[in-house]
Design a protein around this ligand. Structure first.
Ligand code: AMP
Length: 287
């Protein structure tokens, strides 16, 4: 496994791979790997003949009061895991080289970012689309893999790729969960023992939403209310948002005709956790 730190070197390596007929699959990450990341890499392994991953905690996607400084890092452990999964190249640029003095360009997707996390984390998605554009220009992938755990991120990046005619196929991978249902996240490491129990309120909320729809409750307002009630029963929690929205536009729904995205962000202790699920009416599931 090669480790590349310099942008120019990565670009030259990518160009060489392309010229020799390889297909580059790319998994961008912020490191501190768990099974979710590794699953993306396994998908990437099959999607291309060469697998490149990046590890870069991107400062411009964190707000001033967010957790950039204390975001968990484990370079040695990450490199070991990447090697075991069969990664060919790990790209790990420095912040200084990615954002040198005078940097002033931003890539922004308009409407899709005016919902969900875009509202509670102003500027976050501009930071994401800007860094992903830069990484795409450096790694030159044919295909890039993202997790559905960050549903809005996947939607925003797919839109950006389409709008800017980037010749890259985007693959979304279903959320990998702990045995009890908690979505895996690097931020789960912030949770104390009791908070870890409370963190189950996210997946329980998503199950509740599907159960409500199954029993005929298709009013998004009612579903949101029931979810908020459920979350309030768990200690150490504070709701950021609960949304029942259109899975494509992310616009809030007034009624559910066949399916809806249920997305939520909840603070549990000092961790801000997100999760989502598409709920579908029984008669549309083809059971
Ligand atoms: P991060 O390092 O948190 O920026 O995540 C890097 C990539 O891994 C993103 O595409 C995430 O959506 C994806 N990811 C994070 N957690 C999970 C998970 N539990 N299941 C699947 N993909 C995930």
């Amino acid at each position: 496994m090669e480790v590349i730190e310099k942008i120019k070197e990565m670009q030259e390596r990518a160009e060489k791979l392309r010229l020799s007929g390889e297909t580059i699959a790319f998994v961008p990450t912020m490191g501190f790997f768990h099974e979710g990341h590794l699953e993306l890499m396994r998908v990437g392994r099959k999607a291309g003949s060469k697998l490149v991953i990046s590890i870069f905690v991107n400062p411009i996607q964190f707000g001033p009061s967010e957790d950039f400084e204390r975001y968990p890092r484990d370079m040695e452990g990450d490199l070991q895991k990447a090697k075991e999964v069969g990664v060919d190249i790990v790209f790990m640029p420095s912040v200084d080289e990615m954002y040198p003095e005078g940097f002033q360009t931003k890539v922004a997707v308009r409407d899709l970012t005016q919902h969900l996390c875009g509202l509670s984390r102003p500027g976050h998605f501009d930071g994401v689309t800007t860094v992903v554009s830069k990484l795409f220009n450096i790694v030159k992938p044919h295909v890039a893999i993202f997790g559905q755990k960050d549903y809005q991120q996947l939607t925003v990046i797919s839109r950006m790729v389409m709008d800017l005619n980037m010749d890259i196929k985007i693959i979304g991978v279903p959320t990998v969960r702990e045995p009890d249902g908690l979505a895996m996240s690097s931020r789960n490491t912030y949770l104390g023992k009791e908070e870890r129990e409370s963190a189950l309120c996210l997946v329980k909320s998503l199950e509740l939403a599907q159960n409500l729809l199954d029993t005929g409750e298709d009013n998004p307002m009612m579903i949101k209310e029931r979810i908020e009630e459920l979350i309030r029963e768990y200690p150490y929690t504070e709701i950021d948002y609960v949304s029942v929205c259109d899975p494509d536009t992310l616009d809030e729904l007034e009624s559910i005709s066949d399916r809806a995205l249920v997305a939520l962000a909840v603070r549990v202790g000092s961790a801000r956790l997100i999760d989502n699920r598409i709920i579908t009416k029984k008669e549309k599931r083809g059971e």
